[in-house]
Design a protein around this ligand. Sequence first.
Ligand code: ATP
Ligand code: MG
Length: 715
Amino acid sequence: MDLLRDLNPAQREAVQHYTGPALVVAGAGSGKTRTVVHRIAYLIRHRGVYPTEILAVTFTNKAAGEMKERLARMVGPAARELWVSTFHSAALRILRVYGEYIGLKPGFVVYDEDDQLALLKEVLGGLGLETRPQYARGVIDRIKNRMWSVDAFLREAEDWVGGLPKEQMAAVYQAYEARMRALGAVDFNDLLLKVIGLFEAHPEVLHRVQQRARFIHVDEYQDTNPAQYRLTRLLAGAERNLMVVGDPDQSIYGFRNADIHNILNFEKDYPDARVYRLEENYRSTEAILRVANAVIEKNALRLEKTLRPVRSGGDPVFLYRAPDHREEAAFVAREVQRLKGRGRRLDEIAVLYRTNAQSRVLEEAFRRQNLGVRIVGGVGFYERREVKDVLAYARAAVNPADDLAVKRVLNVPARGIGQTSLAKLSQLAETARVSFFEALRRAGEVLARPQAQAVQRFVALIEGLANAAYDTGPDAFLRLVLAETGYADMLRREPDGEARLENLEELLRAAREWEEQHAGTIADFLDEVALTARAEEPEGEVPAEAVTLMTLHNAKGLEFPVVFIVGVEEGLLPHRSSTARVEDLEEERRLFYVGITRAQERLYLTLSEERETYGRREAVRASRFLEDIPEAFLQPLSPFGEPLGAGREPVAVRPTRRSSAAGGFRGGEKVRHPRFGQGLVVAASGEGDRQEVTVHFAGVGLKKLLVKYAGLERI
Ligand code: ATP
Ligand code: MG
């Protein structure tokens, strides 16, 4: 395969870039990721670089998987030696090898967001402070992502943060850190910070890792945070064979402390950097691209860039206004059904939304049409109670100092160890300054005989599992957990236990699949789970062919022939939390831009006139971003996906009392039907006896009726 053949001249130059720093900065769909992939293959094939000297950092685990697959096709088995991963996975891998240098215990656990919350709840309780653990977690994430010391935090933060005065929040942070240390646990942000600390304290370790990463690539560089920036700099070291790739217009993680300046300042950080600009968009048709450009141009804080379509013409971009969000979802499902009828595969279609909560109605609408869906994100598989319980047993076995895990399963299934006993044991752990598990060993000191014996049996159970943890594979180990702990039996007795057992089957399947590709113990599997469980993996069993549902954030870097963006409304996009500051509003606009530029051939924008928020129905306005798009670029559709003629009012216009000529009905009129009750006319066609109307009835949905027989009454 000729690595340069399917590339344009600018891409070719970037692919042949050899040593020294390089920046590839270009708009969406211009082949940035493709350039990275080809460059890696080129280094191996034409520059004699060993795969074991190459690191590529991607934004998600999914992107890493895809990149590896593409490289495997290009360079064959050598691709297995490449290091392709997210920042977090890379950091964890480094810490597993060198963590002891900075005092990490070998079996240290990685806390996910739920674990963090549980711990923060304890910490807040212990300090007698009242704020939501979520808020505290947000602040702690900020402190870590920005690499603030406590002093820096006290200097930089607003007086009140996360619902507390900042001095109190600093105390929460410190108590949290102390607890994490005692538990032998690290959270996601720690992964990066610890590695930075490790490298700074132990240059010899950094040096060794640099040998494994002599050529570094970072995709989506516009969304790196200060810690990732620092880590990249350290790794690039003196050799500075660093290629970063990104698009400032797609920076959408500012709310998680990503700093767009990292990419804007790259040339200042590396004055000798070569800059490659790609200006052709290969992904989307011209019609889609001009909508994307019209939207992003309205941002004031941006660098001008050229992005020309390679694929000319194409279908217009479609717009549908629904009476409410149920009908909006139903429209999307109907349209997908129609496309399927015309030969589209469901995998080619994605529905994107701003918030996870929007997925439920869509999911239901698709189920009603018997269309498979794959939801990326949301309450993921690994967030489910039974999965977390079983994994908590595994964690407790691997690291009995993991108090959260031990507490989680101590009385699941029930062992007669109640809240009072639990409180006494926690008290003992605290006063004796030992782990909770250690306190369990000494249960006799604080509990009456029968409870103490129950606790002893639990201790023996965990110790037994601990012995097995290192010489059975993950699959066999998890089976052991299910059998020995009585957990499976407990589920069998529960009313909805069957579904939960199926989920556990799925977990065992995941473990087996993992074993097919990796050699390792349950501890390694837990690492993998901790990293992939972060809201980017599809949920549960996925039908063979399915429409992809995900948030706009999760869609970054991906592409689909057909894309629906739903809820293009004020309050959602831009999100109501982001309209006060220009910076936030511009980030929302970039998010919309990211969504639009995922589409290759067909793009639909939909919104509804009414939405239910917190149980209240309220009228909503179209997104201000829609006003950025010239009317001529959008083709309004009827509820049945037929184009509405130019100059005609879009469907579901505001209610008007004006009745039309000859007694016919018009869109927007309110009517009553003898059986369906009150409704809103969303479309009308034909005249006189043959007039047909489409009416949306609350709770019933859309009905197409022949006026002559329908018995409609204006109200
Ligand atoms: P994003 O900003 O969304 O991450 P990107 O710049 O990384 O986009 P890619 O995903 O690499 O863009 O490429 C977009 C699409 O264009 C892909 O389908 C890719 O295969 C195709 N493509 C890129 N360059 C070329 C080319 N020279 N010839 C043909 N197709 C190309
Ligand atoms: Mg990309």
